[in-house]
Write a protein that binds this ligand. Structure first.
Ligand code: XLS
Ligand code: NI
Ligand code: NI
Length: 446
């Protein structure tokens, strides 16, 4: 019995299941730091990190960019009949997912199955491929983290999907979301994601923002209502991004999405899916957006990737920056860890990384970077003085007048009267450089 899946054909011959070999290994096809069964606190690394493979980047996107054609030639994408090619892709996907030893995957409807000539044919295609994926899930134990619908690729969505100024487009978007929710239910996904790639504008000259945002709310609540009626027990998530492909996207960042969810009373059903490169595009850090989502009780899942400090777009690179993974894991652990969410590699290998093995190197690097981040974050949160120092900084609000202020018991006049008899406040250092030194100690000293 092989411990990985092979369907009708082996698509990654010569590469077996990737195993943990330890930091000293010279084998490029092994984990150095991701040791799935190693316990960190009361959970294993596998349980903490809940890695997921993005179907679109790994098995669909051929490496094209606005200046050049595909460079990745997938052996599972050669059959002329799109349904036959899609079936080969399912086999290739489950082979890769089991060889890299990831417990989850995510997909868009159109990643899994081609669009048909009619809504009914598209629905039939999706359900047929989802049925095949379900069989593969049962055979391998791999699970669906979340599903979504691609409402940005087809030309009909060029002015938006739920926020399109032409109502005629909205039923087409709804049909796709309905079918994608059905497929997510069939496959037992714990989440359903809305990333509004074209829910925004290119110019305010032709855009009524107020109306479009109201339409977005109508659409999301209709999708929620359908999902609940159809038996979806998971969590709907909104994935913030400030722009690209639109000039401005309505789900700009975690703060904007949290406000949208709470203002509209959606917090029972909706949470946030944070992507590193989207946070940095919005002028924040990954850490910042994770913290905002956690502070609002809305941290659902993570699209794990990283951007490029010099490029102003979503480069979707595999995570290798251990400072970023450690800080992310600090927030995730402090928040109690993932429940239904996980770390989905919404990342693509570079256009010129053309060897089939590059797909493995990319994921191995990302998984190792998060395994390192997890261990460092666990040590920082449980052994370092950082959490204590942060809470001590606010100690003056723990009792006396500070506590009264926090509880909303002091008026502006009362506060003013306290100042009348008070001495000038003490100069208290924020000790930032000291804290950075402590962080580095935990980053590099084991
Ligand atoms: C694009 C988004 C997309 C979503 C899923 O920038 O990250 O991949 O995660 O539609
Ligand atoms: Ni994403
Ligand atoms: Ni993205």
């Amino acid at each position: 019995m092989k411990d990985y899946f092979i369907g009708n054909k082996e698509y990654f011959p010569g590469i077996g299941k990737i195993a943990y070999e330890g930091a000293g290994t010279d084998n490029p096809l092994a984990f150095r730091f991701y040791d799935p069964d190693k316990k960190i606190g009361n959970k294993t690394m596998r349980e903490h990190l809940r890695f997921s493979i993005a179907y679109w980047h790994s098995f669909c996107a051929g490496g094209n960019d606005p200046f050049g054609a595909d460079t990745h030639h997938f052996p599972w994408a050669v059959k002329a009949d799109p349904m036959e090619a899609a079936k080969d892709k399912v086999d290739a996907a489950f082979e890769f997912i089991t060889k890299i030893d990831a417990p989850f995957y995510c997909f868009h409807d159109r990643d899994l199955a081609p669009e048909g000539k009619s809504i009914a044919e598209s629905e039939k295609n999706l359900m047929e491929l989802a049925g095949m994926a379900k069989e593969r899930q049962e055979a391998t134990g791999v699970k669906l983290l979340w599903g979504t619908a691609n409402l940005f690729n087809h030309p009909r969505f060029m002015n938006g999907a739920a926020t399109n100024p032409n109502f005629d487009v909205i039923p087409f978007a709804a049909a796709q979301v309905k079918a994608a929710i059905d497929a997510t239910i069939l496959l037992g996904g714990g989440g359903y994601v809305f990333w509004g790639g074209r829910e925004g504008y290119m110019s305010l000259l032709n855009t009524d923002m107020k109306r479009e945002k109201e339409h977005l709310l109508r659409f999301l609540t209709a999708a929620r209502d359908y999902g609940r009626k159809a038996g979806f027990k998971g969590t709907f998530m909104i994935e913030p991004k400030p722009m690209e492909p639109t000039k401005h996207q309505y789900d700009y960042d975690a703060e904007t999405v949290a406000a949208f969810i709470k203002t509209n009373g959606l917090e029972k059903d909706f949470a946030i899916n944070i992507e590193n490169n989207h946070a940095t595009l919005a002028g924040h850090t990954f850490w910042h957006d994770l913290q905002v989502a956690a502070d609002n009780g809305l941290l659902g899942s993570v699209d794990a990737n990283q951007g490029d400090y010099q490029n102003g777009w979503d480069t979707d690179q595999f995570p290798s920056n251990v400072y970023e993974t450690a800080r992310a894991m600090m927030v995730i652990l402090e928040n109690g860890g993932f429940t239904y969410g996980g770390l989905n590699f919404d990342a693509k290998r570079r256009r010129n990384s053309t060897d089939p093995a590059d797909l493995f190197y990319a994921h191995i690097g990302g998984m190792d970077a998060f395994a390192l981040g997890l261990e460092i974050a666990y040590n920082i949160n449980t052994k370092s003085e950082l959490p204590k120092r942060k809470s001590t900084r606010y100690a003056s609000f723990d009792s006396g007048k500070g506590a009264e202020f926090e509880a909303g018991k002091l008026s502006l006049e009362e506060l003013r009267n306290i100042a009348l008899d008070a001495r000038e406040p003490e100069t208290i250092s924020g000790n930032q450089e000291l804290l950075e030194n402590i962080l580095n100690r935990y980053m590099f000293v084991r």
